[in-house]
Design a binder for this molecule. Sequence first.
Ligand code: CAA
Length: 240
Amino acid sequence: MSRVALVTGGTRGIGKAISVMLKQKGYTVIANYGGNDEAAKAFSEETGIPVIKFDVGKFSDCEAAIKKIESEHGPVDVVVNNAGITRDAVLHRMTPTQWEEVIQTNLTSCFNLARLVIDKMRERGFGRIVNIGSINGQAGQYGQVNYAAAKSGIHGFTKALAQEGAAKGVTVNAIAPGYVDTDMVRAVPPAVLEKIIAKIPVGRLGHAEDIARGVCFLVADDADFITGTTLSINGGQHMY
Ligand code: CAA
């Protein structure tokens, strides 16, 4: 029986690369998405990976989705909390809605999904949770107090839950991607992005596959001694 993996935000960008690479490695992958039906349909047709639409920021929606996945595929062995949004603005112009949406989607989602799979993972003595943080959660970023707070929160969440899961075979790790060539990064004003790329020692934006390789490494069955860590994949932009 292949391991069952749920990738949130798994139909586009970094999440798409993670879903595809996990499938190539033999996992039964289910890719969540939040809103873009067209992209999800195209993704599913292209990859043969089933998709499931739900709001990762809402506990009751996540609960219904996990029940459905368990009934169709069996218990979830691997969760990749990848879904994330930006609502960039300087704090003196940021609205409460911009704050709440980012915290809900990027951080509360990690609680929601982990909470819903943790009991069965503990019972079975196996689980892999990988949370996608960000270089901007490590270093901060102008215009992103909401996003940096959420991503930084992910890193603390990871270390605390890793301690709770360790004796039960449940590893919990984070990846902190740098600037990766996705729609999210391409939405940064070109002049700002140019300055950011100039500060990446490797001299380019990351590829989504650079991050996916890290996920595959961390979720492997024999990665059972790696827990509570953050793997920075950022072309040398920030050494933490
Ligand atoms: N550092 C210092 N100053 C900066 C800055 C920075 N990184 N970015 C912008 N500024 C300055 C500008 O130079 C400008 O200064 P002047 O008025 O003196 O010219 C001032 O801030 C206002 O800039 P804008 O005209 O852009 O103002 P705005 O209010 O329209 O937008 C902003 C501000 C929303 C922060 C916008 O600059 C922006 O979107 N910046 C990019 C933020 C960013 O990097 N987001 C990352 C998204 S990708 C991601 O999050 C993925 C990941 O995990 C890595």
